[in-house]
Every structure is written in C-alpha cells, then in structure tokens.
Design a protein around this ligand. Structure first.
Ligand code: GLY
Ligand code: MN
Ligand code: MN
Length: 433
C-alpha cells in the first residue's frame, strides 16, 4: 500500500476514534478527553530512565512513541489537538514536530513546560484525563478499551506491516540457528533484520534452544552454543507505528520424531487459524485447540486418551498450559480480552483455563494470535505423574522428547467478513516468493 493511502486511512482512523470518544464521553457525562503520553520512570538512586513506554491510549491517536509528556486533547465538535513537548534541553535532542501528510488529521501546539499544559483544557468543562497516575474514569476508559478490539483499516495495515517486519527477523534468526549461532547472536541477527532496537520490540524476544524451549517466556540469551543443538523456538515480534506483531516458530536441527511433531503441530495451527471467523466464540477456539492437540498426542502415542477425554481430564493441560492466544494491537496482549460488553463485565474463562486472555466473540476487524503449543515442562510432568493423569502418558516417549523442550507456532490473524486474513503466513509466503 502506498504511503498516501496509509495517510488517508489514518485520517479515517482518527474520525473513528473521535466517534468512539464522543460516545464514551457522553455516556459518562464528560465534556472532553485528555490523554497523556506519560513520562519515563527513573531508576532508583540514579539519574537514568527506564526505556519509555508510551501510554497505549495516546499512541492510538498519535503515532509518536518516543516523546514523553505530550498530551492529546479532544473536545467533541473540535479537532483533536496534540500538545507536543519540545523542551529547551542541551542534554538531549528535543523532538522535532512530526512531518508528513498524516499530521494534518490533528492540530499541533508545541509546549516547553508540561506544568503549563492543564491551561489548555481549563475551559473545556468536565474532563476525563487518561494516563499513568491520572483519574482514568473507569466508565470512559473501559469503553475505549473495549472498542480497541475492533481495528480500523489503518490499524489493520499497521499490524500487517509490523508482521512483515517481524517475519524478516524470523527468516534471519532461522538462518542464524542453522549455522549454529548462539541464542544471543541469533537474537542480534533478528534485531538487525528488523532494523529495530531491543527497546522498540513489543516484548522481550524469546530465543530458546533445546530444553529452554520448555520455558514459556524464557528470558535469557545464552552466549555459548550447546554441544548438541537439537531444537529452536523463537517468539519474537516487531512494531510499526506502535502496533505489535507476535510471532513464534519452532525448528528441529535434524529430521526425526521431534521434526515430525512440529509438522503435525503446524497442521493443527493452520486448522485453528481457519476458526478465526466472525461470530465464533474465542473460548471455543481455545477448547478446540485442546481437543486437536489431544488427538494429535493420542495419534503419535504420547498419550492414551483421545482429544475430548484428554481435555476433560486435564491431560492436555500438562502439555499446553497457556491460552491459545489473545488480542493483538497497540499492546502485544491488547486490552479488553475478557470484556463481555462496553461496561467491562467480565466474560468468564472456561473452568480450569485461568490463563486464557481472550474470551470474546470474534467479529470483523478483531486481530488475535493463534499460538498452540506442546511442551515438556518438568514441573507439570511431575505433577501429572503423581496423579491420575500419569497413567495416560507414555513416559519413555516423554523422556525421548524432553531434550527438545517444546513447540509453539504463533500467527497473527484478523477476523473479516469472510475468510480469516493470516498476516504471518502471508508475509512468510511473500518473502519466499
Ligand atoms: N510473546 C508473548 C505471547 O506470545 O503471548
Ligand atoms: Mn508470542
Ligand atoms: Mn502471543
């Protein structure tokens, strides 16, 4: 898509945000909305900041991610305005006013002193202020959070582009693994291919060789290469204008039972992606994943119960202890995943599945991850061995597969009016073409 088309989509996106804000403010008896970008946290006993993470409600309006203390002001009937922070500072480079056709969708006013900012909304009546440490009136914030699940066309394009960037990183990481780079070096190759700094990533890269792949959010980057390199799980994203990709791939170093299991999991994952259709309850997708993986484990002889029985007895949970996915957007785990309505009433998770982050109905424009996994996690296996589930597990096969850690395959998928759009598979296919 050409840049001028994206600019047009951004202008429409701002119109949508204005409409959503009109309803949220009117419903809660407010006259105006003020959204703070936020300020960086300072390290204890130090003069160094932690990396700045902008308020997601701010970047929903303004794709400026790296300039703290800006403010978005919206009063229904007026154009949204950005108070753009430009301090006099010779220690740091003050931000330049953004350029480009997209900026015409907003009004821009430079400020040098954040303490003066409240004057800009002093005459606007009852103001809902959203931001870290602010009043955050729940009746306004909840509604804005709920509505963020349905992406505008601009947001869909940003998510498509974020995914395409991440896929470039994944290809580079795969190549690094094949030439036996360390986890650390593979991570660096990933960043290099994405042309994004570590702190620009939407979450910490998970770069896990061998048994490390059994740690769901493995957080280290080993500098040494294991003598026997068997498997590789990489869960790494990227961002575009503040929108996140969240992609996982699993690889085997050599053909064999683990490589076959990855291929079988890939079939399961594709089938689950086909379930991302408007009108489907995402909780059903999650339960479907358990049944499908239960059937797969039964078919390869890892367990002795078919999928439905494996789900009901908790057997699948030994190998798949996380939710099958979540909303994706301005945050990697986007807000509002368990809201049943605009008032924020919780939509219950299925009993026994406390980690599921998304329980909503799918509708056109909702973007989710689909990330089935199958892991060999010592603590969960030990617990299963000690209870009734142990009798249904093929322990010699577990021992043979445990050194490979586990498998996760994760795509970013949009529900549409018709077929799901799989940003991740599309981007891999384009890169291969
Ligand atoms: N990368 C975190 C997740 O997959 O949810
Ligand atoms: Mn992930
Ligand atoms: Mn995810």
């Amino acid at each position: 898509m050409a840049e001028d088309s994206l600019d047009r989509l951004y202008a429409q996106h701002v119109q949508t945000l204005m409409r959503r804000a009109d309803h949220a403010l009117a419903g809660a008896g407010f006259d105006a909305l003020v959204v703070m970008a936020g300020a960086p946290l300072v390290q204890f006993l130090d003069d160094q900041d932690y990396p700045f993470k902008v308020n997601p409600q701010f970047k929903a309006w303004v794709p400026v991610l790296d300039n703290p203390r800006c403010v978005l002001i919206y009063s229904p009937g007026s154009r949204p305005k950005v108070l753009f922070y430009q301090p006099v500072d010779y220690w740091h480079k003050p931000a330049d006013l953004p350029q480009g056709a997209w900026t015409a969708a907003l009004d821009w006013q430079p400020i040098t002193d954040p303490a003066q900012a409240p004057r800009a909304w002093a005459d606007l009546g009852r103001v809902a202020v959203i931001g870290p440490g602010e009043a955050n009136p729940p009746e306004v914030l909840t509604r804005l959070n709920y509505e963020r699940a349905v992406k505008t066309d601009y947001e869909l394009e940003c998510l498509r582009r974020a995914t395409a960037i991440g896929v470039r990183g994944h290809r580079a990481a795969q190549a690094a693994f094949r030439r036996r780079a360390s986890e650390y070096e593979t991570h660096m190759q990933y960043l290099e291919a994405c042309v994004q700094r570590e702190e620009e990533m939407p979450y910490n890269n998970i770069v896990a060789y061998n048994e490390h792949a059994a740690v769901l959010h493995y957080q280290h980057l080993a500098r040494a290469v294991p003598a026997d390199l068997r498997s590789f799980l990489i869960d790494a994203g990227a961002q575009y204008r503040g929108y996140a990709a969240d992609i996982t791939r699993s690889y085997a170093a050599a053909p064999g039972a683990f490589a076959d299991l990855i291929l079988a999991m890939d079939d399961v994952q594709r089938a689950l992606c086909a379930e991302i259709v408007s009108g489907r309850d995402y909780r059903e997708v999650h339960l479907s994943a358990h049944r499908r993986i239960g059937d797969l484990m039964h078919a390869v002889g890892l367990t002795t119960l078919p999928g439905q029985a494996a789900l009901e007895t908790g057997l699948t949970g030994v190998f798949l202890p996380h939710g099958i996915g979540h909303l994706l957007g301005l945050q990697v785990h986007d807000v509002g995943g368990v809201m049943g309505d605009k008032d924020g009433h919780e939509r219950q998770r299925p009993a026994g599945h406390p980690y599921l982050r998304l329980t909503r109905m799918l509708e056109p424009g909702v973007v989710v991850t689909v990330e089935p996994g199958l892991y060999f996690i010592d603590s969960l296996l030990a617990a299963a061995r000690a209870d009734a589930r142990g009798a249904h597990i093929n322990w010699p096969m577990v021992e043979a597969l445990r050194p490979y850690g586990g498998i996760r395959i994760e795509d970013n998928v949009a529900a549409t009016e018709t077929q799901p759009e799989n940003f991740t598979r599309d981007a891999f296919a384009r890169l291969a073409a």
